[in-house]
Each structure stands twice: as structure tokens, then as C-alpha cells.
Write a protein that binds this ligand. Structure first.
Ligand code: PEP
Ligand code: CO
Length: 391
């Protein structure tokens, strides 16, 4: 079998010289260079051809002819990279996608937050568990979630483990892909993981990120002159970027210029995560991006701007608040004559009780089945209610 990508050279990695936030504390680890080199030599996880096909599918959303649903865990677990777990995630995505299709009358392009969603940006570097201060869990790519100081040490061996887990999930996705997806997507956060997976495409000679079809930049790492924006500006994949309420129209237009200089339909997806109280920030940004000529896809992430804590300290989100934000997202874009491209959700495959609403009556019920490794996810019934309320 011929390789789908040729390795890029070091000269091809200009972002490695730029500052980067949210990186694991393992730079001095003696084994780090060995694992990074092993990643560089490993086969690509996705093909150039599939990236191009996924790009075309997103272009149909940009044209207003389709919708996009991006959903999955906040943080994936290595333990759930087996075929049965992947099949369960694909089934939930397909079911939610069918619902969006029925409600909107449009075709739906599916993306999972999976096959690489193993690294988390965090608001605080440490947390206190039972009176003990520990480094915070940063995703299976970096450390382990157990409340134990040893488990929380950043370990670069996890670069390889994350690659292998992603490969298992990709294989599971391939079995179910058919024509309807889902494609893979994750936050491109840990540069030691992403950078070695930048390759030259065989057909085009372009640089591709071979770790996923659609990488995105998170709200905490979208600084214009930092490494994450430069990395995704350099690769030919379709890319996405979160946009929070602190962003100004000028800032987002500058991000668009960096990430979508060719004004190419399908190239750039912007994921609004304003919070229900600050969704007013969307209209001036969407107007400015449109006037600057960028044919972006707009998605609503009604989760990350609406996180609150219960009295007992669990992170949660209220379905009613999320519905309010996503509905305002839709009406705001429609009032501007723009296409509300779809939703970006954190959803579990089972009846977890992490968010309030629908089958979870109040904050007192939130702890009953709280299984997320990071942020609170909707259960499938709650996701149904959200989609039915928004579309
Ligand atoms: C996430 O999607 O899990 C996340 C951390 O989002 P944001 O970058 O929008 O905070
Ligand atoms: Co999250």
C-alpha cells in the first residue's frame, strides 16, 4: 500500500517557534523526543482523500444547502476506543443527525468529537480534592484522571497511547462510515501530538494535519500570533475555531484572514460559544465576517458559555439555558440573512445525569450518574429536546 502522505520537513513547522498556551508540563522529560519522533514516523490516521471529501461536505453547509452536527464527549477516554464503544457513539450521532434532518429538511453532515479528543484546556492548573491540591486532569493524552498526585504527572508516553487509541476509533468509524459519516474532529491543542502529524499530501503537495479530518482551535488558544492559529493556518484541512463573548468583530475578521485567506467555502467553521447572557455579541461579529467576504459555516456551541456549579460543587449546565442560546443563535443569523449551519454539542451515549433538564429534574439529581471525564454532557434525551426546540 502506498502511503497517503509524505512526512513534512522541519522547515515546514513555523508554528514550533511561536508561543503556545495550555501545553503539558513535560518539556524536559527525557523520553519526549523519542515519542515525538515515533509519531512523526507513524502512518497517517486519516487520508488526504477523506479530508478533501469532508471539506466538500462542509462547503455544502457554507452554501446554505446542508446542516452540520458536531457532537461527542467533552474528553474521550482511552478505555472507550474499542469497536463497541465507537459503534454506540456513531449510533447516537446518526440518530441526532436524523432528527436535525427531519426538523430542517436539509441533509446533515456529521462530525464526532472523537478519535483524538484526548486533551483539555483548563481554567485552573490545579484543583483541590479532599483537601489535597493536585495538578488538574488535562485529558488522557497528558495525564490520568484519578485523584492521585502520581496519576496527574504529565507523561509523554501518552502521545503514543493517544495515537493508538485514535487509530482504533478511526478503524471503528471506517466500518460505519458509508456515505453519511461521521467524520472525525478534535481540538488541536497539544502541539507535541499535532505537529508531528503534519504531512505533505501525495496528490496536491499541500500540508495536511493527518491526525483528524477537522481540527479546531479552542477559545483559550486562538491568539493570532500564537502557535495554534499558525498551525491550522498552514494546513489544508477544513478547520474550525471557537469564538467566545470576549472576541471583537475586528479580532474575528483577523482570525478569518489568517485561517481563510482564500475565502474558500468549507475551509473555516466558526463555533459561537457566547453563553445565553452574552449571545448579543454574535450579531456584530457575524456581520463583520460576512462583510469581509468569508463564507464561514456558523455553529452554535450552547454548552461552554453556560457552565455553572451545583451547591455540592459539580459542574453542570441547564438545558433551558442552552436552548435559549442556540435559539438566539439561529434567529440572530437568520435576521442577518445568514445560514445557521448547525450545532456543536457534548453528548453521552447513555442516560447520564450531568446536565439539568428533561429527565434530570433539578440540580439535586445531577450527581446520580456523573461519568464525564471533564465537562457535563447532555444525555441523548436532552439532546433530542434541544434539537427539537431549536430547529
Ligand atoms: C471544549 O470544546 O471542550 C472546550 C474546551 O471548549 P472552549 O474552547 O469553547 O472552551
Ligand atoms: Co467541554
Amino acid at each position: 500500500m502506498r502511503p497517503a502522505f509524505a512526512p513534512a520537513t522541519v522547515d515546514d513547522r513555523p508554528w514550533e517557534l511561536l508561543p503556545a498556551r495550555e501545553q503539558p508540563d513535560w518539556r524536559g522529560h527525557p523520553d519526549r523526543p523519542r515519542y515525538v519522533a515515533a509519531l512523526r514516523a507513524s502512518p497517517p490516521l486519516v487520508t488526504e482523500r477523506d479530508i478533501v471529501t469532508a471539506h466538500r461536505a462542509i462547503a455544502a453547509v457554507a452554501a446554505g444547502d446542508a446542516r452540520l452536527l458536531q457532537a461527542g464527549d467533552c474528553a474521550e477516554s482511552f478505555a472507550e476506543s474499542d469497536p463497541a464503544s465507537t459503534a454506540a457513539k456513531v449510533a447516537v450521532l446518526a440518530d441526532l443527525g436524523d432528527l436535525v434532518a427531519r426538523r430542517t429538511g436539509d441533509e446533515v453532515v456529521l462530525f464526532g468529537r472523537l478519535a483524538g479528543q484526548y486533551a483539555k484546556p483548563r481554567s485552573h492548573p490545579t484543583e483541590v480534592v479532599d483537601g489535597v491540591e493536585l495538578p488538574v486532569f488535562r485529558g488522557h493524552l497528558v495525564n490520568a484522571p484519578e485523584a492521585d498526585p502520581q496519576a496527574r504527572v504529565a507523561d509523554p508516553r501518552r502521545l503514543i497511547e493517544a495515537y493508538r487509541a485514535s487509530a482504533r476509533v478511526m478503524a471503528g468509524l471506517g466500518v460505519h462510515r458509508g456515505d453519511g459519516g461521521p467524520w472525525a474532529s478534535h481540538e488541536a491543542l497539544v502541539l507535541d501530538y499535532e505537529s508531528p502529524q503534519v504531512r505533505r499530501g501525495e496528490w496536491s503537495g499541500d500540508r495536511y494535519l493527518s491526525s483528524t479530518h477537522l481540527p479546531w482551535i479552542g477559545e483559550r488558544t486562538r491568539q493570532l500570533d500564537h502557535a495554534h492559529v499558525r498551525l491550522l493556518a498552514t494546513v489544508a484541512n477544513p478547520v474550525a475555531c471557537k469564538v467566545g463573548p470576549g472576541a471583537t468583530p475586528d479580532e474575528v475578521v483577523a482570525l478569518c484572514a489568517a485561517l481563510d485567506p482564500g475565502r474558500t467555502p468549507g475551509r473555516l467553521t466558526l463555533i459561537a460559544r457566547m453563553g445565553a447572557e452574552r449571545i448579543d455579541a454574535l450579531a456584530p461579529i457575524a456581520r463583520a465576517v460576512h462583510r469581509a467576504g468569508h463564507p464561514v459555516v456558523w455553529l452554535s456551541d450552547p454548552m461552554h458559555g453556560n457552565t455553572v456549579r451545583t451547591e455540592s460543587g459539580e459542574k453542570t449546565r441547564h438545558l433551558a439555558t442552552m436552548i435559549r442560546e442556540a435559539s438566539r443563535f439561529r434567529t440572530t443569523l437568520e435576521a442577518l440573512g445568514l445560514h445557521p449551519g448547525g450545532l456543536h454539542l457534548e453528548v453521552a451515549t447513555t442516560g447520564v445525569t450531568e446536565c439539568v433538564g428533561g429527565p434530570v429534574p433539578d440540580e439535586g439529581s445531577v450527581g446520580e450518574r456523573y461519568e464525564s471525564l471533564c465537562d457535563p454532557r447532555l444525555n441523548p434525551a436532552q439532546a433530542h429536546e434541544l434539537i427539537r426546540s431549536v430547529f
